[in-house]
Design a protein around this ligand. Structure first.
Ligand code: FES
Length: 207
């Protein structure tokens, strides 16, 4: 792994094949997926069954998914210019329900120089801040790492790379499809979703 790769969280398990770090649950699903030759998004998670599993929608705020600030609202000041990304879940601002009932709701948010963003990406951004689904379109791992020199997201499972400056397009496979985008806006200084996901989540459309 390159020295400029930044891992954004401590994981539970270590992958024996590529030395990447995976959540225990993700590791088990990856193993099952390898045996069956299938992507490991759980279909049961694809159908929202509770408010906590509902997909992000316009007006949702964002909270830290992990770490010391888990559950706290993310503000632009929490996002260092130039990365790395922050892992987040959406939160309904009225009910305060954090939508962590589906891993398909995991979001990565990053603050980049607005000048670097493509026109399409800038349209979904606010003040250089962009958000994407954290679920890799290859086999569904969390896209947890950041290559600071190349300024691309890195999936630790099979090293797919996605360019957040250009709509999270794939710049290095095996993934063949970009990450879904989540448009953003600021409301009274608070970062919120400007709509739902644009594009398919993970290896296949999930909702
Ligand atoms: S799951 Fe294979 S590169 Fe992300």
């Amino acid at each position: 792994m390159d020295k400029n790769v930044i891992s954004i969280r401590i994981m539970d398990e270590k992958c024996e094949t590529c030395s990447c770090l995976l959540e225990r649950r993700t590791l088990l699903k990856a193993a099952l997926g390898m045996v069956l030759g299938l992507p490991f998004i759980d279909p049961a998670l694809a159908q929202p069954t509770s408010p906590a599993a509902a997909p992000p929608e316009e007006g949702d705020q964002f909270v830290f998914a992990f770490g010391d600030k888990k559950g706290e609202i993310i503000t632009p000041k929490d996002l260092p210019l130039g990365g790395p990304q922050v892992m987040a879940y959406p939160m309904d601002p009225k009910t305060k329900v954090v939508k962590d009932g589906s891993r398909l709701n995991k979001i990565i948010i990053i603050h980049l120089d607005p000048i670097e963003l493509s026109e399409e990406t800038r349209a979904h951004s606010v003040e250089g801040i962009v958000a994407y689904s954290a679920i890799c379109t290859h086999q569904g791992c969390d896209v947890t790492e950041w290559k600071s020199k190349e300024k691309v997201f890195l999936c630790p499972c099979h090293e797919s790379e996605f360019d957040p400056k250009n709509g999270a397009q794939v710049v290095h496979g095996p993934a063949s499809r970009r990450l879904a985008a989540l448009p953003l806006k600021l409301v009274e200084g608070v970062l919120v979703a400007a709509g739902g996901f644009i594009g398919s989540i993970g290896p296949r459309r999930s909702y």
